[in-house]
Design a protein. Structure first.
Length: 147
C-alpha cells in the first residue's frame, strides 16, 4: 500500500472516530510526535504498535502492515512547502540554519544532530499575549569522522 493511501485512510478513520493524535499514540504505546509521523507516512511503527493503531482506529490488518513498512522520508514534501506552517519551518531553517550550525559546531565540534537517534515534543505554553508553541528537539550528536 502506498503511504499516501495509508495516510488518507488513517486521517478518515481519525475524523470518523473524532479522536486525537495523543489518543492514537497512547494506543500505540509510543510518543505523540513519532506516532503521528508514522501515520502521516514519514516513519514506520513496530508491528505490535501498528496493530494497536489499526485496532484503535477500527482498520484492517492491511493498515497495520503498511504502518510497519519503511518510509521514503520527505518524499511527499515539495521543494518549497506551500502549506503555511510547513513553510514557516522552512523559513526558520533559512534564517536560523547557519546559526544552528555555528552554535552546534562551537559547542560539540564539526558534526550533525541525528534525525535517527532523535525525539521531539510539542507543547502549548499559555502566554497573556497569545499562547506559544514550544518545540523541544533532542538528537544525538554525530561528529564527522576523519580518516
Amino acid at each position: 500500500m502506498k503511504k499516501s493511501v495509508l495516510t488518507e485512510t488513517i486521517l478518515a478513520a481519525k475524523t470518523a472516530k473524532k479522536t486525537t493524535w495523543a489518543a492514537i499514540a497512547s494506543a500505540a504505546g509510543l510518543s505523540e510526535v513519532y506516532t503521528t509521523s508514522a501515520c502521516l507516512g514519514e516513519n514506520a511503527l513496530p508491528p505490535e504498535s501498528a496493530q494497536k493503531v489499526a485496532a484503535f482506529l477500527g482498520l484492517g490488518p492491511e493498515i497495520a502492515d503498511a504502518l510497519v513498512e519503511y518510509a521514503n522520508k520527505g518524499e511527499a514534501a515539495p521543494a518549497v512547502p506551500k502549506e503555511p506552517l510547513q513553510y514557516r519551518f522552512q523559513e526558520i531553517i533559512y534564517v536560523y540554519g547557519p546559526t544552528l550550525k555555528a552554535l552546534i559546531e562551537e559547542k560539540f565540534g564539526p558534526g550533525i544532530m541525528s534525525a535517527i537517534d532523535f525525539t521531539m515534543e510539542i507543547d502549548r505554553v499559555p502566554d497573556p499575549k497569545g499562547d506559544r508553541v514550544k518545540i523541544t528537539m533532542n538528537g544525538k550528536f554525530l561528529g564527522y569522522k576523519t580518516w
